[in-house]
Design a protein around this ligand. Structure first.
Ligand code: HAM
Length: 423
């Protein structure tokens, strides 16, 4: 019996891993340059954590959770990283040790969505969170960092959408304003939106249903309802972005699917390319109330997460080269023992080395060396062992030389280069 990968999940095989590693390394470099440090939190969290933080009446919690019951515990595979990071921040009393914490994370997330290109049930996010800084300077710095990051990956034409939802008071006024605007046209809304009109009208702005889209076209703008403090935060954010020269568009209908956001919201979208409707490369925002909601002290926070699959789809194709490989082809049992020793020596010099231990014919071993794109091949048989030499093939120059055993490692290093570090 054969098994397939679970719906909405996929395998990343070795010939594709280079692009993933390149992206992850670039992300780590950027995050660390800005003072973020990595945090690793569990994939399993109490389901209630997401109900509390992301919101009971969000799509994510209502429809997309992978929930598991074990004894009397109800757990969930995390659908996003912010809630778990906040739980870890509070549970470990990080606030008592540091005035400001800057964390980053990379890892798998799980949402039971209808799979399509750029939308999966297990996908990967790389994200950052800042705790203890109320902004708006940190908000602008984060958006600017991300615009530069995507540019550095060669992704052109990114749209930067920015909005502010205000703090709790503004949000409440906006809820009321939306309800007042949409109630008279409730008959024309989708069934889902009709339900949301009562419990969470902001979520109607996320709807892709054409009936809802039409109804929200004339909806009031949250930016007209900001109170003085919210307005000052918003204006200072825009001024900081202007001063940085960061391009952005004000998007007053952007609300971003999760209930924890306050004030600044942003989303960076790919234009063109293959992503179609799944064009949000990353999204984030401020969530100044969440740390308190999950049991901590009042702490302002802001963060974002990018979808690695989507960024990879938007990145220009350039097959990252594997480092040069040295292939060792031993002929016979004695030679195989020597090949294992030589392989270890080369790796200690930082040279990627594959020893063919299959016991196959020289011809078949050379075919394998070719197929993996090896730069050098070392042939060792009984006569080489007796003479204490190795046949050294430079597979790109198509040349072969007999080299004394004692000199071979240095010769290979000279041809292939090493990573410079003796391990
Ligand atoms: P989100 O907008 O739900 O925000 O997800 C962030 C990014 O993850 C999206 O822009 C998209 O690139 C990617 N993504 C989401 N769902 C999928 C999926 N099913 N398949 C592939 N990629 C996906 C959050 O998750 C927040 N935690 C962001 C945040 C951090 N806000 C504050 N801090």
């Amino acid at each position: 019996m054969q098994f397939r990968a679970v719906k909405g999940t996929f395998d990343v095989l070795p010939d594709e891993i280079g692009r993933w590693q390149k992206l992850e390394q670039a992300f780590r470099r950027m995050a660390e340059l800005y003072g973020y440090q990595e945090a690793r939190t569990p994939i399993l969290e109490p389901l209630e954590l997401f109900v509390r933080s992301v919101g009971e009446t969000t799509e994510m919690v209502e429809k997309q959770m992978f929930a598991l019951q074990r004894g009397d515990e109800t757990l969930a595979l995390r659908p996003e990283g912010t809630a778990g990071a906040a739980r870890a921040y509070v549970a470990n009393s990080v606030h008592a040790r540091e005035a400001v914490s800057r964390w980053y994370y990379i890892g798998p997330m799980f949402r039971a969505e209808q799979p399509q290109r750029g939308r999966y049930r297990q996908f990967h996010q790389a994200g950052c969170e800042i705790y203890g800084d109320a902004g708006p300077g940190s908000d602008a710095e984060m958006i600017d960092m991300l615009v530069g990051f995507l540019q550095g990956l060669g992704i052109g034409g990114v749209r930067v959408l920015v909005n502010s939802l205000g703090a709790a008071g503004t949000r409440e006024r906006y809820r009321q304003a939306l309800k007042t605007h949409l109630s008279p046209m409730a008959d024309r809304l989708s069934d889902h939106a009709k339900k949301r009109l009562e419990d969470n009208p902001l979520r109607i702005l996320d709807s892709k249903d054409p009936r809802d889209q039409e109804a929200i076209q004339e909806a009031p703008s949250v930016l007209d309802l900001l109170d003085d403090d919210d307005r000052q935060h918003w204006e200072r954010l825009c001024q900081a972005l202007d001063a940085l020269g960061t391009p952005y568009e004000v998007a007053p209908r952007l609300v971003r699917g999760l209930d924890y956001y306050t004030r600044t919201l942003f989303e960076l979208q790919a234009t063109g390319g293959e992503l179609g409707t799944q064009n949000a490369l990353l999204g984030g925002g401020r969530y100044d109330g969440m740390i308190k909601d999950v049991g901590g002290p009042q702490t302002p926070a802001i963060g974002f997460a990018m979808g690695l699959e989507r960024v990879l789809l938007a990145m220009p194709e350039d097959a990252p080269a594997r480092p040069p490989i040295c292939f060792i082809a031993p002929i016979g049992a004695r030679a195989q023992a020597e090949a294992l020793l030589l392989g270890r020596e080369l790796r200690q010099l930082g040279i990627v080395t594959e020893v063919d231990t299959r016991g196959n014919s020289p011809k078949s071993m050379l075919r394998r060396a070719d197929s993996i794109g090896a730069h050098a091949c070392l042939l060792i048989g009984d006569s080489e062992l007796d003479k204490a030499v190795v046949q050294f093939k430079d597979l790109r120059a198509h040349s072969q030389q007999e080299v004394p055993r004692g000199e071979i490692a240095a010769r290979v290093a000279a041809l292939l280069g090493t990573d410079g570090e003796k391990r």
